[in-house]
Design a protein around this ligand. Structure first.
Ligand SMILES: Cc1cc2nc3c(=O)[nH]c(=O)nc-3n(C[C@H](O)[C@H](O)[C@H](O)COP(=O)(O)O)c2cc1C
Length: 139
């Protein structure tokens, strides 16, 4: 069984478009606070949160991770990193012994993005897929 976990914030919902390419149970990470949809304001607010490494909460998920053998993690890149929401999810769920797909969506491609994502993952997991999507390819 496959679980797809994603976060999205821009009006274009690029990461959601990627999530919709997978078949399985889909879980959306959502900010507990409502934040601006304006891209520039997001850059300011979310960029600040990311650069400062601030803890950020997402709405609780009805996800029982033990039910799934394959987890697909999809995150936009903010300020050169996967979003703090996905970082919090990885910390909270302590994913172990799963097949993983690691997917980033970004403005411009950079191999460091997936390197950083991988570094957050427990070694007991098997990474079976890594992908990087440029937002302009999915507009
Ligand atoms: C706050 C913020 C910071 C961003 N920082 C970067 C960045 O450092 N590098 C990059 O390539 N794209 C960056 N982007 C662009 C997003 O990663 C890209 O548009 C992504 O596909 C958005 O996904 P979404 O539509 O699912 O929210 C940033 C976007 C936002 C809103």
């Amino acid at each position: 069984m496959k679980a797809i976990i994603y976060f999205t914030s821009t009006k274009k919902h690029i990461s959601e478009k990627v999530a919709n390419q997978y078949e399985g149970d889909v879980f959306k990470l959502e900010d507990v606070k409502s934040r601006p949809k304006n891209f520039l304001l997001q850059l300011l607010i979310y960029g600040y949160i990311t650069v400062r490494g601030k803890e950020i909460n997402y709405k609780p998920l009805t996800l029982d991770i033990d039910q799934y053998d394959h987890i697909v993690l999809i995150s936009p890149i903010w300020a050169g990193k996967i979003t703090p929401f996905m970082q919090s999810f990885i910390k909270d769920y302590k994913i172990k012994n799963k097949d993983l797909s690691l997917i980033v969506t970004c403005g411009s491609e950079n191999e460091d993005y997936l390197n950083e994502f991988r570094s957050l993952i427990d070694d007991s997991n098997t990474i079976i897929e890594e992908r990087q999507y440029k937002a302009s390819d999915l507009d």
